[in-house]
Write a protein that binds this ligand. Structure first.
Ligand code: SAH
Ligand code: MG
Length: 257
């Protein structure tokens, strides 16, 4: 799931990133250059938020972040006025791409995370980062880094952060979403709960994006594939409209689809 050495891409490793944006390379989107492709919003424009995404601690590869952003912009335009929501923000890396898309389309991104890290982020696991441990309690706390990332990117106003357990927040949630990104706990039960708790809130015509989807077990853990991606397609409520790396973009069907 990681990026770069040790699975974590750090400040400076992304540089200015002026190479091809978004939808090139391995991207396969339904309908070639059609279906949801939006390039009008230039993320690395005057505000420079994209450089902050690239500099942020986290697990979102640049090309997948760009694809995520473009899919969110398309969803925000298709369903104006509806919020976007991310499950699993960590230090705010993917959050920057999504918050920029929310701002560009006049809405906000709700960012849900308990900020204590997933299993694979804990001490002794592959994706542990000692710099996000609260020394006072000896547990992870990514909230300060998350806040710093959004402040630096100038995107605080576009984000509503909810610090809590995803299933608990989902049980309280009542608003339809134009865009849902699931990148939270990758165990079987957390993934299953995120599927059940959040996907019903995607509005018809809205987008469900899922990270760390690995159809081949040799590439990574199975739960996002088995517990979110496959059930979503099998439900008939979603159709796949794009894929890049481990990112999958699904659209919620309309009655007429
Ligand atoms: N999207 C991030 C990476 C997310 S890592 C990026 O681009 O870098 C997964 C995150 O999910 C962690 O921050 C962890 O705290 C959070 N998480 C895992 N299980 C959760 C749960 N049940 N409720 C809320 N957050 C959870
Ligand atoms: Mg991920």
């Amino acid at each position: 799931m990681g990026v770069g050495e040790g699975g974590v891409e750090r400040a400076g490793s992304g540089g200015a990133g002026r190479r091809g944006r978004g939808w090139g390379g391995a991207w396969r989107g339904a309908g070639g250059s059609g279906a949801g492709r939006v390039r009008a919003v230039v993320g690395d424009g005057p505000t420079g938020w994209r450089d902050h995404a690239l500099a942020a601690t986290g697990f979102m590869p640049a090309d997948e972040g760009d694809a995520l952003h473009d899919a969110a912009v398309a969803a925000g335009r298709a369903l104006p006025g509806l919020a976007m929501l991310e499950v699993g923000s960590y230090c705010g890396r993917s959050t920057v791409w999504l918050a920029a898309a929310a701002r560009a389309t006049g809405t906000v991104l709700v960012a849900v995370d308990h900020h204590r890290g997933s299993e694979e982020n804990q001490a002794g696991w592959e994706h542990h980062d000692t710099s996000v441990v609260d020394a006072r309690i000896g547990r992870m706390d990514t909230l300060p880094r998350f806040r710093a990332t959004l402040y630096d990117a100038g995107l605080e106003d576009a984000v509503v952060a909810i610090v809590g357990q995803s299933p608990v927040v989902a049980a309280l949630w009542r608003s339809p979403l134009s865009f849902l990104f699931i990148d939270g706990g990758h165990g079987v039960e957390p993934a299953r709960q995120d599927y059940l708790g959040w996907t019903p809130h995607v509005a018809p015509g809205g987008i469900l994006a899922i990270h760390d989807v690995f159809p081949d077990p040799a590439d990574g853990g199975r739960p996002p594939y088995e517990e979110i991606y496959r059930p979503a397609l099998a439900s008939g409520r979603f159709v796949e409209v794009g894929a890049l790396g481990s990112l999958r973009i699904l659209r919620r069907t309309r009655v007429s689809d």
